[in-house]
Design a protein around this ligand. Structure first.
Ligand SMILES: [Zn+2]
Length: 239
């Protein structure tokens, strides 16, 4: 660090604020509360058992992330945990989730403000059967197209993060083979909702595929694209 003006320790205010939870900004505190609420929701809604998923949210250059191995109902405001985009801890004392490489890879490559990772039952089951979630429903379009399945790699590794990033190209959600889901969004609610939609679609496909001697009808790429065009105008009165 080079200061061109007369410097002293008091100039390092940015680093000091980031490292001291007592100086947690109101914005980071609000984001942490929202992150904890979303993480708890993944458990109460049945997308995650115990601490097997993880959630993150980006505030400026800080990524708040769930810690490794702490049940979400025990997370308090003082447990706020943040890293920079290189994974260096800038806030808190707990150990970040082992899946930090996946979260950081999404933030480096996209405009995401939130990432949700789960081991949701139907999505994980589907990840063992296909390389892409079949277009069973028009909500396929809400994720940018059929969700791909990232090839298996050991959890927590850069290899898994790289496989995930390839599967996320032009998509806002994907499956991880024999592992679970990843979805991102502009908000925690959006990332959560995409995760829930992905799990729901996998459930529909598995349910429809379960009858012997029958296979479900699927939508064409054109039908999914048309739905996507309509979804983009969703909620606007003049469309
Ligand atoms: Zn996982």
């Amino acid at each position: 660090m080079v200061h061109t003006t007369a410097g002293g320790p008091e100039e390092d205010t940015t680093a000091a604020a980031a490292a001291d939870p007592a100086l947690l900004t109101a914005e980071l505190a609000r984001a942490w509360d929202a992150l904890v609420a979303t993480a708890r929701r993944t458990v109460t809604d049945g997308l995650v058992v115990g601490t097997s998923g993880n959630v993150s949210v980006r505030v400026g250059d800080t990524v708040l992330v769930t810690p490794s191995g702490v049940p979400y109902d025990r997370l308090a405001p003082e447990d706020a945990l943040g890293v920079d985009l290189n994974g260096t801890r800038v806030l808190g004392t707990l150990k970040p989730t082992s899946e930090l490489p996946m979260h950081l890879a999404v933030y480096r490559a996209t405009d995401a403000a939130a990432v949700v990772h789960t081991h949701a039952v139907h999505a994980t089951a589907a990840s063992t059967l296909v390389t892409e979630v079949p277009s069973i429903h028009y909500m396929t379009a809400a994720l940018g197209g059929p969700a791909r399945v990232a090839p298996y790699a050991l959890y927590g590794t850069e290899e898994l993060a790289a496989n995930m990033l390839r599967a996320l190209r032009d998509r806002t959600g994907c499956l991880l083979q024999n592992h679970g889901t990843v979805a991102y969004g502009a908000t925690l609610d959006q990332a959560y909702d995409r995760t829930a939609q992905l799990e729901w679609m996998c459930r529909v496909w598995l349910t429809a595929s379960a009858l012997p001697d029958r296979s479900p009808s699927l939508l064409t790429a054109e039908q999914v694209e048309a739905a996507g065009n309509q979804l983009r105008g969703y909620g606007q009165q003049d469309r």
